[in-house]
Design a protein around this ligand. Sequence first.
Ligand code: GLU
Length: 433
Amino acid sequence: MLRFAPSPTGDMHIGNLRVAIFNYIVAKQRKEKYLVRIEDTDKERNIEGKDKEILDILNLFGIKYDQVVYQSGNFHLHGEMANRLLKEKKAFACFCTEADINFEREKAKIEKRPYRYSGKCEYLDEKTLQKYIKENKKYVVRIKKPDKNIKFKDLIKGEMEFSPFEVDSFIILRADKTPTYNFACAIDDMIYDITLVIRGEDHLSNTPKQIHIRHLIGYDKKIEYAHLPIILNAEGKKMSKRDNASSVKWLLDEGFLPEAIANYLILLGNSFEKEIFTLEEAVKFFDLTKISRAPAKFDIEKLKFINQQHLKKLTDLFKLFKVNKIYENLLEILRDESSTLKEIKEKFNKIFEKSEDEEFKQQREILKKEILENELEESYDDFKKRVMKNTSLKGKKLFMPLRELLINEKHGAEIKDLYTAMLQYLKEIIKRR
Ligand code: GLU
């Protein structure tokens, strides 16, 4: 089984969506099941309703899953496993206070070395231990650090190796008995028989910890790992919440199509023979092991281009924009001039507004009168001939105000195309100018 394990703690980031997509593709390729695991173990950071938002986004993108579970539903199992490790002396109760730990952290900072747990509580004598427990002294559970290096082969990054120092004796159960991310994740990946974990590179240093946990529990089945390189913004820095385009919701609101966003994210850091494809098509040629190891740079212009290609495939635009079918041809023209749904919508709405442009006001009035007072010709060329003759306008002074009368813009689509598409209701529009 493969899994997507989002935390319901904020808006979905494109990095997360990319992880969801890649897991979906590989699950399909390997004919394995796909689990969505909502990682809601950190109560303070959970935001109500984010779980539903995540599932809605997956549905919108056509990412089908077989099962949804909430990690908090397994708390009892995480607790049992931690107790087992305690009993087997593979983990220990740590009574260090927050002040103790902060002191150690500060000390490490001053000495310019990475902070690691001092090991103080690992060798507490039995008498002190019993005394603390009797006193109801608060404690966390720490797993004992490994005694040798932990190695694994990452499908993208290659051979990885971490020392016991890097893994450290880390916390697996908090004082309130809830599991930490690494512990819950390691146990759940085991429970659900996960075969391959695809996730962001920011989790790379968690992997040896999770392998270590399962190793101490005695789970020998191998889980493969693939860590995806991070996505950089235009400045070459990691895409963060501050970059609007990092939010899937923002991209959708801006009028990017789910199929285009998915296409772009699959393409990012990859090179395929074709650039425009659907998620289902990608299942046929995507190769997880071929992803570039270098960080991928997010390029909104490229996304716009891809969006445009997917926009061209859309039919029945009037339904999408919830307008009368009569405007279909016009919407198609505007679509070919736009790179997002939002742009099409803005251009369309502008057509029904009054013209604010002063430059060609006078010419507009002349043309308006000419158009409204005469019958419209079927052929644009005939129409043009007549208008030129009767108004004596020509060149820029004819075409710019004419286009303004049609679409309320000086520049844009061919007037001939617009005229033909709008003929039926042209006078109604022009009256509004
Ligand atoms: N909840 C973690 C995250 O959203 C999941 C990491 C993982 O896939 O193990 O980053």
